[in-house]
Design a protein around this ligand. Structure first.
Ligand SMILES: Nc1ncnc2c1ncn2[C@@H]1O[C@H](COP(=O)(O)OP(=O)(O)OP(=O)(O)O)[C@@H](O)[C@H]1O
Ligand SMILES: [Mg+2]
Length: 342
């Protein structure tokens, strides 16, 4: 069976990734010129995908960098940060010998290595006795990267999360280390615009003016339309212009929802895609029911729409007499207007 070309994970390969060429170039240029990048966008527009697109492009151009990705969204402490960072490093090292060398470079502690039984990815665990040991381990990990045989790009996703750590000014701790690194370039990525902007533009904050900003906005509509048309054509299907315009108007060109709708339309359609098929899918989105599968339910788009929209949703549920205001934020078809960030 033909692979569905409308991916729902952040990245597979550039064939399935629409555009972002300018942003890819910009971030690579930052890296090559010794600049760190702050990458910001509303939720689910494609930040994580873009990071992996940048990594792929760097590999294809044979740029002599090791690329490391750490998602710190689930971390709540310096210890958890160190653990996630170590796992990201170990995932790159792969060979036992190199992993042992990495662990030996941590002078004050010997971590344990295991495998996640579900995903098979490496799990590192530390038993820290005090804060000093944590701080020195972080220093050792970063100096390991600084002395890595190649230069390193370290992308830290959901970076705003460091503000949630209790008992440590993580911004100050990281900034202190990062400013001394010459062989490690950073991509700090996050969707909470207010927090991210405060971290990097507030003169009182440690990261003030230390990075180049890359704001990701929606994909240009004609470019996304070309991409969708081409993906259908590649699979021997045609989609008419009316349907294309309808999809992009309905999703308001929001990346995730466009992918999601196109993924469904692709899976249900024959060789010609027209409004009839799209209608059966989009009415499914409205009611939550998946066509042809009475047991299954679509996730409600509102639940994915980020905290700003969630607040609006709560208003809508609890305070129906404010509904005249809410109409500005929630479309009649249930989609959230998701321009806001925090
Ligand atoms: N350029 C693209 N081409 C095609 N699909 C994309 C593109 N960018 C993102 N997507 C789709 O949008 C979804 C969300 O992308 P991604 O997870 O990268 O967004 P994000 O901004 O990191 O979201 P979050 O804020 O939730 O972390 C992906 O799962 C993928 O389906
Ligand atoms: Mg992401």
């Amino acid at each position: 069976m033909q692979d569905n070309p409308f991916i729902l994970e952040p990245f597979k390969s550039k064939e399935y990734f629409c555009d972002r060429e300018q942003e890819t170039e910009e971030i690579i240029r930052n890296i090559l010129n010794g600049r760190n990048t702050t990458l910001i966008s509303p939720r689910r527009l494609g930040k994580t995908g873009l990071i992996f697109r940048v990594f792929e492009e760097m590999r294809e151009r044979d740029l002599p960098y090791e690329t490391i990705y750490a998602d710190i969204s689930d971390t709540l402490s310096l210890e958890a940060f160190i653990t996630v960072l170590s796992e990201a490093v170990v995932a790159k090292l792969k060979r036992q010998q190199r992993i042992t060398a990495f662990f030996k470079s941590l002078r004050s502690i010997r971590p344990l290595l295991g495998l996640d039984p579900m995903t098979g990815s490496p799990q590192v665990s530390f038993s820290f006795v005090d804060d000093d040991q944590k701080q020195s381990t972080l220093t050792d990990i970063l100096s390991y990267l600084e002395n890595y045989p190649q230069k390193v790009v370290l992308a830290i996703d959901e970076f705003q999360q460091i503000r949630e750590y209790e008992g440590v000014n993580m911004e100050a701790v990281l900034r202190k280390h990062i400013q001394h690194l010459h062989h490690v370039r950073f991509i700090f990525c996050g969707s909470k615009k207010h927090t991210m902007t405060d971290m990097f533009t507030n003169a009182k904050k440690p990261f003030y003016e230390s990075t180049s900003f890359c704001y990701l906005t929606k994909l240009p509509e004609p470019v996304y339309a070309d991409f969708i048309r081409a993906q259908f054509a590649q699979a021997g299907k045609t989609i008419d212009e009316e349907s294309l315009a309808y999809i992009l108007a309905w999703t308001r060109v929001h990346t995730y929802y466009t992918q999601r709708l196109c993924n469904e339309v692709f899976s249900l359609s024959g060789s010609k895609v027209d409004r009839t098929e799209i209608h059966s899918v989009d009415s499914g989105f409205r009611t939550g029911k998946v066509p042809g599968n009475p047991e299954a339910h679509y996730p409600r788009p509102m639940e994915d729409a980020g905290s700003y929209c969630e607040r609006r949703k709560r208003h809508a549920n609890n305070l129906f007499f404010f509904s005249f205001k809410i109409r500005h934020y929630i479309r009649p078809d249930g989609f959230a207007e998701c321009q806001g960030l925090d």
